[in-house]
Write a protein that binds this ligand. Structure first.
Ligand code: COI
Length: 362
């Protein structure tokens, strides 16, 4: 790795007035309200400059900003959890940072240093600990992102980048809460192709999915279940989460083919299933196989996994005019066990034998 510099301390400009009174902790809408501070670091002349934590607020950009035109931008989605008045737990920051750097490499964005990342997160947690909601099911969503900041219309990699971390108190991602969501495939659009940017967490992947997602909602479904771009046959992911199928006693998860985002919760789900003695298969799984398993009564559960979505049961899948209903309209036992274990570890109620938690003393 080139261009990395380590800073032992981050300069902090504290906010003069807190916005904590603007937060309605009983009605948290995903990503609507933000904490008092944000982390900022700029890249210029081939190196990252001094980082700073300052009051959250608007940023001034020029109309020729590279990102606005060409989308050379990446992000992460992570969460921190209230444990007690002295402790906040951040879930798997090392793995999220590793993925941020993987996305950076694919998008020709300079990599960043883990020491700065974790120090920034610790400082933000200490400064803005009041924004970490206390109720079970809520958390502080952490959004690190890096975008090209050259002020130039040439269509090529930027030479300047801006790196931010903002945080937002959140409740559940889907309006369904913990109730099963419904998915539909589409043969009109694809999300990503192997060799493209599907496995990077980059802005354009999401922008490209908005129209199909809007159409899915108009048709009465929560989200699109993406199939592979070549054969329109194999299941990939849901765009806002990865997907898993419990067929008999086997947990089948679409394998990472280059066009699927390697989810951190996805990784936690498969690790737990192995630990619990399930057969775990990461392989290609076709939509036909899922429909057949449903017909044969072997399809026990379908659920999504993601930082925002946590574990999200799927109650219905629509494909080419046919629909299958999964389970009883409630979360299945296996998905519930995963949800309980993962959230138990996150909120510090269960032991963390896997080293997934980074605790911050506040
Ligand atoms: C996440 O799960 O953190 C995501 O990034 C999904 C979505 C909110 C874009």
């Amino acid at each position: 790795m080139n261009d990395l510099m380590t800073f032992s301390k981050i300069n902090i400009e504290p906010a003069e007035r807190s916005k904590i009174h603007e937060i309605d902790f009983n009605n948290l809408v995903f990503g609507r309200k933000f904490s008092d501070h944000m982390f900022v670091m700029e890249y210029e002349h081939g190196e990252w400059n001094e980082p700073v934590i300052k009051p959250y607020g608007p940023i001034e950009v020029t109309p020729a900003l590279n990102t606005l035109h060409y989308g050379q931008a990446i992000f992460e989605g992570m969460k921190a959890f209230y444990v007690d008045e002295n402790t906040i737990n951040i879930f798997r920051p090392d793995v999220h940072h590793e993925r941020l750097n993987n996305s950076a490499r694919r998008m020709d964005i300079p990599e960043t240093d883990y020491d700065i990342f974790i120090t920034a997160l610790e400082e933000l947690m200490k400064l803005d600990h009041q924004f970490v909601p206390k109720q079970f099911g809520t958390s502080l969503y952490i959004r690190p992102f890096i975008f090209a900041s050259d002020d130039l219309l040439a269509a090529r990699s930027s030479t300047k980048f801006s790196y931010y971390i903002i945080t937002s108190p959140v409740g559940t991602y889907y309006s369904e809460g913990f109730a099963p969501v419904s998915l539909t495939t589409t043969d009109e659009y694809v999300r990503a192709v192997s060799g493209g940017t599907g496995e990077a967490k980059t802005a354009g992947n999401y922008a490209a999915s908005f129209l199909p997602a809007k159409k899915a909602v108009q048709d009465g479904y929560t989200q699109v279940l993406w199939l592979d771009a070549t054969e329109h046959k194999y299941i990939e992911e849901v765009g806002t989460m990865n997907i898993h199928f419990l067929i008999g006693d086997t947990l089948v998860t679409p394998e990472l083919t280059g066009s699927i985002l390697p989810g951190v919760t996805r990784r936690s789900v498969t690790a737990l299933a192995v630990e619990w003695g399930y057969n775990v298969e990461e392989r290609r799984i076709s939509i036909d196989e899922v429909f057949k398993a449903s017909e044969n009564g072997e399809l026990k559960e379908v659920f999504g996994s993601g930082t925002a979505a946590v574990i999200s049961p799927v109650g219905l899948i629509h494909h080419k005019g046919s629909t299958i209903n999964i389970g009883t309209g409630k979360i299945g036992d296996f998905a519930k066990r995963l949800f309980d274990e993962i959230t138990g570890i996150q909120y510090g109620k269960l032991e963390d034998p896997y080293g997934w938690i980074h605790s911050v003393e506040i």
